[in-house]
Design a protein around this ligand. Structure first.
Ligand code: SF4
Length: 230
């Protein structure tokens, strides 16, 4: 199966009743600023080339961001920070990401998430997390031939990244490396290795409080790009 076929299948997934109901309710009720827009209101696939060398793994789409536009991190303040940093690190052709047809291209980089539907309060349940895990599992296996580094955004992304690579037969150091901004570990499988980099999540909670600055994001992305020879 190709990444494109995986993405097509994903978009039809209705495995989590609570998240299906929530993504569709948000799409009906809308935020006033977007009242004239048709919300995507379906699972949001990963975004970026199928031969990516750098993979960025977040948490889940935002209700009025990815769940509205149909593209990961697109149309919300988290995405504003992430795509500006990707552009600054030379991994995107533009610094903004407002809609699925805005001309944005990522260079050798794919952005995805362990949970593909927007959850209430950005908090999937453990059951929803586990139900969605096979999508990331398949996506990472399809990307494995070209993937050289991963940036995990936040503790949830870090944990799911290490867990997923473990189930794919990559050797993960024991004890599991702890998450932190700037955390780094290397996973191996046969003669292959992948560098994993931790970055605080680009959520408003972190960026508005100054816990995470734009420069901190650019620095981690640049380190991951260097590791991947981009
Ligand atoms: Fe399917 Fe994942 Fe959405 Fe659950 S969160 S409905 S498993 S795409």
């Amino acid at each position: 199966r190709s990444i494109a076929a995986l993405d097509r299948d994903l978009v039809g997934c209705r495995a989590c009743p609570r998240l299906v109901a929530w993504r569709e309710q948000v799409g009906r009720e809308k935020r006033r600023a977007f009242a004239d827009q048709e919300y995507w209101a379906r699972p949001v696939p990963g975004f970026g080339p199928s031969d990516a060398a750098v993979v960025i793994i977040g948490l889940a789409p935002a209700a009025h961001g990815g769940n509205r536009t149909g593209r990961m991190f697109t149309g919300d303040q988290s995405g504003d920070v992430l795509f500006a940093a990707l552009h600054a690190a030379g991994l995107a052709n533009q610094a903004t990401s407002v809609s699925a047809d805005d001309g944005l291209l990522l260079y050798g980089t794919r952005v995805t998430a362990p949970v593909h539907c927007a959850p209430p309060q950005n908090k999937p349940t453990p059951q929803e997390r586990d139900e969605c895990a096979h999508w990331l599992h398949s996506e990472l296996e399809l990307l494995a031939p070209t993937m050289r580094s991963v940036v995990a955004l936040g503790a949830f992304g870090w944990r799911q990244t290490l867990h997923t690579f473990g189930t794919l037969g990559w050797s993960v150091p024991r004890p599991r490396p702890a998450f932190g901004h700037g955390a780094h570990t290397v996973l191996t499988r046969g003669d292959r290795s992948i560098g994993v980099f931790g970055c605080y999540h680009v959520s408003q909670h972190n960026t508005f409080t100054g816990r995470l600055t734009p420069t901190m994001v650019v620095d981690v992305l640049s380190a991951a790009a260097r590791y991947a020879d981009l």
